[in-house]
Design a protein around this ligand. Sequence first.
Ligand code: GUN
Length: 290
Amino acid sequence: MILLDGKLTSEQIKEELATEVAKIKSKGKRAPHLAAVLVGLDGASLTYVNSKVKSCEKIGFGSTLIQLEESTTEAELLAVIDGLNKNAEIDGFIVQLPLPKHIDEQKVIMAIDPDKDVDGFHPTNFGRMALELPAFIPATPYGILELLERYQVETSGKNIVVIGRSHIVGRPMSILLSQKRTVGDATVTVAHSRTKDLKSITKQADIIVAALGIAEFLTGDMVKDGVVIIDVGITRVQDATKKSGFRLAGDVHFESVAPKSSYITPVPGGVGPMTIAMLMKNTLLAYNRR
Ligand code: GUN
Protein backbone atom coordinates (compact mmCIF):
# COMPACT_ATOMS: atom_id res chain seq x y z
CA MET A 1 0.00 0.00 0.00
CA ILE A 2 1.37 3.39 -1.05
CA LEU A 3 0.10 6.62 0.49
CA LEU A 4 -0.84 9.29 -2.05
CA ASP A 5 0.78 12.11 -0.11
CA GLY A 6 -1.23 15.20 -0.92
CA LYS A 7 0.62 17.31 1.61
CA LEU A 8 4.02 16.62 0.06
CA THR A 9 2.75 16.90 -3.52
CA SER A 10 0.95 20.17 -2.76
CA GLU A 11 4.18 21.57 -1.28
CA GLN A 12 5.99 20.70 -4.52
CA ILE A 13 3.29 22.42 -6.61
CA LYS A 14 3.40 25.49 -4.38
CA GLU A 15 7.19 25.64 -4.77
CA GLU A 16 6.77 25.50 -8.55
CA LEU A 17 4.24 28.32 -8.33
CA ALA A 18 6.52 30.37 -6.06
CA THR A 19 9.27 30.11 -8.69
CA GLU A 20 6.83 31.42 -11.33
CA VAL A 21 5.79 34.31 -9.10
CA ALA A 22 9.42 35.21 -8.39
CA LYS A 23 10.00 35.41 -12.16
CA ILE A 24 6.98 37.71 -12.58
CA LYS A 25 8.15 39.98 -9.76
CA SER A 26 11.73 40.09 -11.07
CA LYS A 27 10.32 41.68 -14.23
CA GLY A 28 8.87 44.46 -12.08
CA LYS A 29 5.28 43.26 -12.55
CA ARG A 30 2.71 42.99 -9.78
CA ALA A 31 1.99 39.58 -8.23
CA PRO A 32 -1.20 37.57 -8.86
CA HIS A 33 -3.92 38.38 -6.33
CA LEU A 34 -6.64 36.07 -4.96
CA ALA A 35 -9.59 37.25 -2.88
CA ALA A 36 -11.80 35.03 -0.72
CA VAL A 37 -15.26 35.86 0.60
CA LEU A 38 -16.50 34.13 3.72
CA VAL A 39 -20.04 34.66 5.00
CA GLY A 40 -20.76 33.66 8.60
CA LEU A 41 -18.76 31.86 11.24
CA ASP A 42 -18.67 28.20 10.16
CA GLY A 43 -15.56 26.81 11.88
CA ALA A 44 -14.51 24.45 9.08
CA SER A 45 -15.00 27.10 6.38
CA LEU A 46 -12.92 29.60 8.35
CA THR A 47 -10.11 27.02 8.63
CA TYR A 48 -10.20 26.35 4.86
CA VAL A 49 -10.26 30.02 3.91
CA ASN A 50 -7.40 30.81 6.28
CA SER A 51 -5.36 28.00 4.70
CA LYS A 52 -6.02 29.50 1.27
CA VAL A 53 -4.84 32.94 2.41
CA LYS A 54 -1.76 31.44 4.07
CA SER A 55 -0.88 29.58 0.87
CA CYS A 56 -1.09 32.85 -1.08
CA GLU A 57 1.42 34.44 1.28
CA LYS A 58 3.74 31.44 1.01
CA ILE A 59 3.76 31.54 -2.79
CA GLY A 60 4.08 35.31 -3.00
CA PHE A 61 0.55 36.03 -4.22
CA GLY A 62 -1.40 39.00 -2.94
CA SER A 63 -4.52 38.00 -0.99
CA THR A 64 -7.62 39.64 0.41
CA LEU A 65 -9.98 38.01 2.89
CA ILE A 66 -13.46 39.52 3.04
CA GLN A 67 -15.36 38.31 6.10
CA LEU A 68 -19.06 39.11 6.18
CA GLU A 69 -21.58 38.62 8.97
CA GLU A 70 -23.94 35.63 8.97
CA SER A 71 -26.83 38.13 8.61
CA THR A 72 -25.45 39.56 5.33
CA THR A 73 -28.25 39.77 2.75
CA GLU A 74 -28.06 38.26 -0.70
CA ALA A 75 -28.12 41.77 -2.23
CA GLU A 76 -25.19 42.85 -0.04
CA LEU A 77 -23.17 39.80 -1.06
CA LEU A 78 -23.98 40.38 -4.73
CA ALA A 79 -22.72 43.97 -4.34
CA VAL A 80 -19.42 42.69 -2.89
CA ILE A 81 -19.08 40.29 -5.84
CA ASP A 82 -19.77 43.12 -8.28
CA GLY A 83 -16.96 45.11 -6.65
CA LEU A 84 -14.53 42.19 -6.99
CA ASN A 85 -15.55 41.65 -10.64
CA LYS A 86 -14.67 45.28 -11.36
CA ASN A 87 -11.51 45.50 -9.24
CA ALA A 88 -8.53 45.43 -11.64
CA GLU A 89 -6.12 44.43 -8.83
CA ILE A 90 -7.95 41.13 -8.23
CA ASP A 91 -7.20 38.32 -10.69
CA GLY A 92 -9.49 35.73 -9.18
CA PHE A 93 -11.79 35.23 -6.23
CA ILE A 94 -13.85 32.58 -4.49
CA VAL A 95 -16.97 32.66 -2.37
CA GLN A 96 -16.56 29.95 0.24
CA LEU A 97 -19.45 27.45 0.32
CA PRO A 98 -21.77 26.58 1.96
CA LEU A 99 -23.51 29.94 2.30
CA PRO A 100 -26.14 30.73 4.95
CA LYS A 101 -29.57 29.30 4.03
CA HIS A 102 -31.14 32.69 3.22
CA ILE A 103 -28.72 33.20 0.31
CA ASP A 104 -29.26 31.51 -3.07
CA GLU A 105 -25.93 29.81 -3.82
CA GLN A 106 -26.59 29.41 -7.54
CA LYS A 107 -27.46 33.09 -7.91
CA VAL A 108 -24.21 34.03 -6.20
CA ILE A 109 -22.12 31.73 -8.41
CA MET A 110 -23.81 33.14 -11.52
CA ALA A 111 -22.80 36.66 -10.44
CA ILE A 112 -19.06 35.86 -10.51
CA ASP A 113 -17.19 36.98 -13.65
CA PRO A 114 -16.25 33.65 -15.32
CA ASP A 115 -12.76 35.07 -16.03
CA LYS A 116 -12.24 35.49 -12.25
CA ASP A 117 -14.04 32.28 -11.24
CA VAL A 118 -10.96 30.35 -10.09
CA ASP A 119 -13.21 27.77 -8.37
CA GLY A 120 -14.62 26.87 -11.79
CA PHE A 121 -18.18 26.86 -10.41
CA HIS A 122 -19.80 29.27 -12.93
CA PRO A 123 -21.91 27.52 -15.62
CA THR A 124 -19.62 29.01 -18.29
CA ASN A 125 -16.57 27.32 -16.77
CA PHE A 126 -18.44 24.11 -15.96
CA GLY A 127 -19.73 23.94 -19.54
CA ARG A 128 -16.31 24.69 -21.01
CA MET A 129 -14.77 22.02 -18.78
CA ALA A 130 -17.39 19.47 -19.90
CA LEU A 131 -16.75 20.37 -23.57
CA GLU A 132 -12.96 20.07 -23.16
CA LEU A 133 -12.41 23.77 -23.87
CA PRO A 134 -9.92 25.84 -21.86
CA ALA A 135 -11.56 26.47 -18.45
CA PHE A 136 -10.93 26.77 -14.74
CA ILE A 137 -11.29 23.20 -13.48
CA PRO A 138 -12.79 22.96 -9.95
CA ALA A 139 -9.87 22.68 -7.55
CA THR A 140 -10.76 19.39 -5.84
CA PRO A 141 -11.21 17.29 -9.01
CA TYR A 142 -8.22 19.10 -10.53
CA GLY A 143 -6.13 18.20 -7.47
CA ILE A 144 -7.16 14.55 -7.74
CA LEU A 145 -6.12 14.45 -11.43
CA GLU A 146 -2.78 16.02 -10.52
CA LEU A 147 -2.17 13.57 -7.66
CA LEU A 148 -2.95 10.56 -9.88
CA GLU A 149 -0.68 11.96 -12.61
CA ARG A 150 2.28 12.65 -10.32
CA TYR A 151 2.04 9.15 -8.81
CA GLN A 152 1.63 7.70 -12.33
CA VAL A 153 -1.57 5.84 -11.45
CA GLU A 154 -2.99 4.42 -14.70
CA THR A 155 -6.63 5.41 -15.39
CA SER A 156 -7.01 4.52 -19.07
CA GLY A 157 -9.53 1.70 -19.50
CA LYS A 158 -9.98 1.33 -15.75
CA ASN A 159 -13.30 0.99 -13.95
CA ILE A 160 -13.67 4.06 -11.77
CA VAL A 161 -16.54 4.48 -9.34
CA VAL A 162 -17.25 8.02 -8.13
CA ILE A 163 -19.48 7.99 -5.06
CA GLY A 164 -21.31 11.31 -4.84
CA ARG A 165 -22.76 13.66 -7.47
CA SER A 166 -22.11 17.12 -5.99
CA HIS A 167 -21.55 20.03 -8.35
CA ILE A 168 -18.16 20.70 -6.73
CA VAL A 169 -16.61 17.23 -6.71
CA GLY A 170 -18.53 14.13 -7.85
CA ARG A 171 -20.11 15.48 -11.02
CA PRO A 172 -17.05 17.26 -12.47
CA MET A 173 -14.78 14.39 -11.38
CA SER A 174 -16.89 11.84 -13.26
CA ILE A 175 -16.88 14.00 -16.42
CA LEU A 176 -13.12 14.64 -16.31
CA LEU A 177 -12.14 11.00 -15.73
CA SER A 178 -14.22 9.86 -18.72
CA GLN A 179 -12.58 12.41 -21.06
CA LYS A 180 -9.73 11.76 -23.46
CA ARG A 181 -6.91 13.24 -21.38
CA THR A 182 -3.65 12.23 -19.68
CA VAL A 183 -5.49 11.20 -16.52
CA GLY A 184 -8.80 10.01 -17.99
CA ASP A 185 -10.08 7.54 -20.59
CA ALA A 186 -11.73 5.61 -17.75
CA THR A 187 -15.07 3.83 -17.66
CA VAL A 188 -16.82 5.86 -15.00
CA THR A 189 -19.79 4.93 -12.83
CA VAL A 190 -21.44 7.61 -10.69
CA ALA A 191 -23.01 6.17 -7.55
CA HIS A 192 -25.21 8.15 -5.16
CA SER A 193 -27.75 7.87 -2.34
CA ARG A 194 -30.30 6.11 -4.58
CA THR A 195 -27.84 3.56 -5.97
CA LYS A 196 -28.92 -0.04 -5.33
CA ASP A 197 -26.44 -2.64 -4.08
CA LEU A 198 -23.50 -0.23 -4.04
CA LYS A 199 -21.18 -2.93 -2.73
CA SER A 200 -21.57 -5.01 -5.92
CA ILE A 201 -20.50 -1.92 -7.89
CA THR A 202 -17.58 -0.80 -5.70
CA LYS A 203 -16.28 -4.41 -5.62
CA GLN A 204 -15.68 -4.11 -9.41
CA ALA A 205 -13.84 -0.78 -9.16
CA ASP A 206 -10.14 -0.37 -9.96
CA ILE A 207 -10.31 3.16 -8.55
CA ILE A 208 -12.86 4.62 -6.12
CA VAL A 209 -13.37 8.33 -5.51
CA ALA A 210 -15.37 8.65 -2.28
CA ALA A 211 -17.05 12.05 -2.17
CA LEU A 212 -20.38 11.56 -0.43
CA GLY A 213 -19.66 13.27 2.87
CA ILE A 214 -20.43 10.42 5.28
CA ALA A 215 -17.62 9.61 7.70
CA GLU A 216 -15.97 6.19 7.22
CA PHE A 217 -18.72 5.02 4.85
CA LEU A 218 -16.57 2.86 2.55
CA THR A 219 -15.38 -0.24 4.38
CA GLY A 220 -12.91 -2.99 3.53
CA ASP A 221 -15.61 -5.53 2.58
CA MET A 222 -16.79 -3.17 -0.22
CA VAL A 223 -13.51 -3.09 -2.20
CA LYS A 224 -11.37 -5.54 -4.15
CA ASP A 225 -7.68 -6.19 -3.55
CA GLY A 226 -5.35 -3.68 -5.21
CA VAL A 227 -7.96 -0.90 -5.43
CA VAL A 228 -6.85 2.74 -5.66
CA ILE A 229 -8.68 4.92 -3.12
CA ILE A 230 -9.25 8.67 -3.31
CA ASP A 231 -10.93 9.92 -0.14
CA VAL A 232 -12.49 13.37 -0.55
CA GLY A 233 -14.41 13.32 2.75
CA ILE A 234 -13.46 15.52 5.65
CA THR A 235 -15.99 15.36 8.47
CA ARG A 236 -15.51 16.63 12.00
CA VAL A 237 -16.24 13.72 14.34
CA GLN A 238 -16.57 14.32 18.08
CA ASP A 239 -13.52 13.06 19.96
CA ALA A 240 -13.13 13.91 23.64
CA THR A 241 -9.45 12.85 23.59
CA LYS A 242 -8.59 15.77 21.25
CA LYS A 243 -7.96 19.29 22.50
CA SER A 244 -10.24 20.67 19.77
CA GLY A 245 -12.99 18.20 20.77
CA PHE A 246 -13.05 16.62 17.30
CA ARG A 247 -11.01 14.60 14.83
CA LEU A 248 -11.17 14.68 11.04
CA ALA A 249 -12.60 11.60 9.35
CA GLY A 250 -12.67 10.76 5.65
CA ASP A 251 -15.44 8.97 3.75
CA VAL A 252 -13.26 5.85 3.85
CA HIS A 253 -12.76 3.54 6.82
CA PHE A 254 -8.98 3.68 6.53
CA GLU A 255 -8.14 0.77 8.85
CA SER A 256 -10.12 -1.81 6.86
CA VAL A 257 -9.63 -0.37 3.34
CA ALA A 258 -5.92 0.57 3.40
CA PRO A 259 -4.61 -3.04 3.73
CA LYS A 260 -6.52 -4.02 0.55
CA SER A 261 -5.49 -0.97 -1.50
CA SER A 262 -2.50 -0.36 -3.80
CA TYR A 263 -2.70 3.44 -3.35
CA ILE A 264 -4.75 5.45 -0.86
CA THR A 265 -5.05 9.10 0.16
CA PRO A 266 -4.90 9.81 3.90
CA VAL A 267 -7.27 12.21 5.70
CA PRO A 268 -6.02 14.73 6.55
CA GLY A 269 -3.05 15.21 4.20
CA GLY A 270 -4.51 13.80 0.98
CA VAL A 271 -7.02 15.58 -1.22
CA GLY A 272 -7.44 18.65 1.04
CA PRO A 273 -3.99 20.25 0.53
CA MET A 274 -4.17 19.41 -3.21
CA THR A 275 -7.39 21.42 -3.50
CA ILE A 276 -5.64 24.49 -2.14
CA ALA A 277 -2.58 24.05 -4.38
CA MET A 278 -4.79 23.81 -7.49
CA LEU A 279 -6.76 26.90 -6.48
CA MET A 280 -3.40 28.70 -6.46
CA LYS A 281 -2.61 27.23 -9.88
CA ASN A 282 -5.96 28.51 -11.21
CA THR A 283 -5.21 31.96 -9.78
CA LEU A 284 -1.90 32.10 -11.66
CA LEU A 285 -3.77 30.99 -14.79
CA ALA A 286 -6.30 33.80 -14.30
CA TYR A 287 -3.45 36.29 -13.89
CA ASN A 288 -1.64 35.08 -17.02
CA ARG A 289 -4.82 35.26 -19.08
CA ARG A 290 -5.41 38.94 -18.28
N1 GUN B 1 -16.53 24.51 0.03
C1 GUN B 1 -16.00 23.26 -0.01
N2 GUN B 1 -15.08 23.17 -1.00
C2 GUN B 1 -15.04 24.38 -1.59
C3 GUN B 1 -14.28 24.91 -2.67
O1 GUN B 1 -13.45 24.24 -3.31
N3 GUN B 1 -14.51 26.21 -2.97
C4 GUN B 1 -15.42 26.97 -2.31
N4 GUN B 1 -15.60 28.23 -2.69
N5 GUN B 1 -16.14 26.50 -1.30
C5 GUN B 1 -15.94 25.22 -0.95
